[in-house]
Design a protein around this ligand. Structure first.
Ligand code: BTN
Length: 254
């Protein structure tokens, strides 16, 4: 096991051989008063949750299935940006631990050679317009050699892309170290202004034609990166700039 050299991020780790979902474990721990920075890690999830109600396949031993407890004192509107902060940290941590340079697919997927290696599902609890806690849950495909039929065209693992078995504990430690720094930067302004440059520099969609689906319809345009609110800026063919708000849309085609 590698040691996590942080002040608070991941200094307390709850480990589960098997659980429904580490997001649920963190919710339970949060309700019992667990501190900011607590991390839940599972070997296997039986009810791994993806975004938009999808299932997240979480087999034993081959992935990083982890969730973090955050207790930020920020506006609930700003909290969804913590998902972007986690995406940035995960990208950096993976690179530091393995040398693999993944790219961010807005808002919070990581891709390697255009295939998905990581997804993040953030859940939160608010009371009287105040944040009680935020739970970014991160799934990383690390040592899988194959994927179920329904996702094998679009998913890959660090092992498949590098040809090497990767150490999960080192990746987790590197993510926690990166997260602590990025989180502080985020909290100073409670927006992405200090992180935009690094986020956009690693964005797979940047300058690409993207197709955005949101409740209001479908847009095609060129991605110009995020703004300080974490919205994706898309230049439509008529020249107007559209702000796509995180969580409302899916971006097709990396
Ligand atoms: C997505 O891309 O749809 C998000 C996937 C998030 C998966 C992680 S695995 C750890 C945590 N626990 C869950 O049930 N989901 C997240």
């Amino acid at each position: 096991e590698s040691t996590i050299h942080t002040k608070w991020a991941g200094t307390q780790v709850a480990f589960f051989e098997e659980t429904d979902s580490t997001n649920n474990e963190i919710r339970r721990l949060a309700e019992q008063g667990a501190p900011h920075g607590t991390l839940a890690v599972a070997e296997r999830q039986l009810g791994g949750k993806g975004r938009r109600g999808r299932v997240w396949t979480s087999p034993a031993g081959v992935g990083i299935w982890m969730s973090m407890l955050l207790r930020p004192q920020i506006d609930p509107m700003a909290a969804s940006m913590l998902t972007l902060v986690m995406a940035l940290s995960t990208r950096r941590g993976i690179e530091k631990a393995t040398g693999l340079k993944s790219e961010i697919k807005w808002p919070n997927d990581l891709v390697l050679n255009k295939k998905k290696i990581c997804g993040i599902l953030t859940e939160m609890s608010t009371e009287l317009m105040e944040i009680q806690y935020v739970i970014p849950g991160t799934g990383i495909n690390v040592n899988q050699m194959e994927f179920p039929d329904d996702i094998k065209a679009t998913a890959t693992s660090l092992r498949i892309e590098s040809g090497k078995i990767q150490k999960r504990s080192e990746i987790i430690a590197a993510i926690m170290e990166a997260f602590e720094g990025y989180y502080d930067t985020f909290i100073e302004t409670q927006d992405m202004s200090g992180l935009i440059e690094e986020y956009n520099a690693n964005l797979v969609n940047l300058g690409n034609e993207v197709c955005v689906l949101d409740p209001a319809g479908e847009y095609r345009g060129v991605s110009e990166g995020i703004n300080k609110e974490g919205a994706l800026l898309v230049r439509l063919s008529d020249g107007t700039l559209k702000e796509i708000i995180s969580g409302e849309v899916s971006v097709r085609g990396v």
